[in-house]
Design a protein around this ligand. Structure first.
Ligand SMILES: Nc1ncnc2c1ncn2[C@@H]1O[C@H](COP(=O)(O)OP(=O)(O)OP(=O)(O)O)[C@@H](O)[C@H]1O
Ligand SMILES: [Mg+2]
Length: 231
């Protein structure tokens, strides 16, 4: 984004922010509460528009009339999962594509994604019958159903214990390995250290931007935890 500001009444949520995120990268956004992290995600995802400045995708400014189309190329994962409690796991994953004509078999795609996040066999379960980590994995499958190349995750591990959070990070890292761009907001330094870059915000401004040459691998950390338990 180039020189983006977003103002809510007397609050400047983002103050002349320019930040470039490379395709295929995994970036963590950090900063205290109210720093503007969610605001930035919403602008990048086309859920909100800047007051000044512009959001560019592949170098091209994102016009308002294209927001709808852009949103379908983006997968969102939220801290509070936001699953529909009356719908089965399978139907939750399908929900984003129900209003649209698509050229793939929706049911088959949803089952494939549930399998990819380790939830095969749970298609009929309701969200209330799943653990927090399982619900977040459903939410990730749902975010992927439109086949996005950009995944925006706002504190995806914020409601999960450390181990379950790592499992979610392992899935996000695999998606990144497969060529998806990941932008993730987190309050946890440890979670951020699984990303290739950490951008820090304060009062709507970027105050830090640090690359991480060799990010930690969530799969390896999990394997290490498992071997500790057996030992
Ligand atoms: N829709 C809105 N209306 C009014 N003010 C808003 C709105 N959304 C955000 N703000 C304000 O903008 C500022 C930035 O909010 P934002 O949600 O981006 O922060 P954040 O960094 O995501 O914080 P947190 O870590 O608590 O999620 C805050 O002061 C917030 O109160
Ligand atoms: Mg936020």
């Amino acid at each position: 984004m180039r020189r983006v500001s977003r103002v809510y009444g007397s609050v400047t949520a983002l103050d002349d922010v320019s930040v470039e995120i490379e395709a295929d990268s995994a970036v963590a956004l950090m900063g205290q509460s109210g720093a503007g992290k969610s605001t930035l995600l919403h602008l990048v995802g086309g859920m909100d528009v800047p007051d000044t400045g512009e959001v560019l995708i592949d170098g091209t400014p994102l016009p308002r009339r294209r927001l709808d189309r852009h949103r379908r190329r983006v997968g969102f994962v939220f801290q509070r999962f936001h699953l529909l409690s009356a719908l089965s796991t399978l139907d939750n994953v399908l929900a984003p594509v129900l209003p649209y004509r698509v050229e793939f078999d929706r049911g088959a795609r949803a089952r494939e994604l549930l399998e990819a996040v380790g939830l095969d066999g749970r298609e009929r379960a309701l969200p209330g019958e799943l653990s927090g980590g399982e619900q977040q994995r459903v939410a990730i499958a749902r975010a992927l159903v439109t086949g996005p190349s950009l995944i925006l995750a706002d504190e995806p591990t914020g409601n999960l214990d450390a181990r379950t959070g790592l499992e979610v990070m392992a899935i996000l890292q695999e998606l990144n390995d497969d060529g998806n761009t990941i932008v993730l907001v987190t309050h946890e330094q440890d979670i951020a250290s699984y990303c290739g870059r950490i951008v820090s915000f304060q009062d709507g401004m970027v105050v830090g931007d640090v690359p991480c040459e060799s990010p930690k691998r969530a799969r390896e950390t999990l394997a290490g935890l498992a071997s500790e338990v057996t030992a």
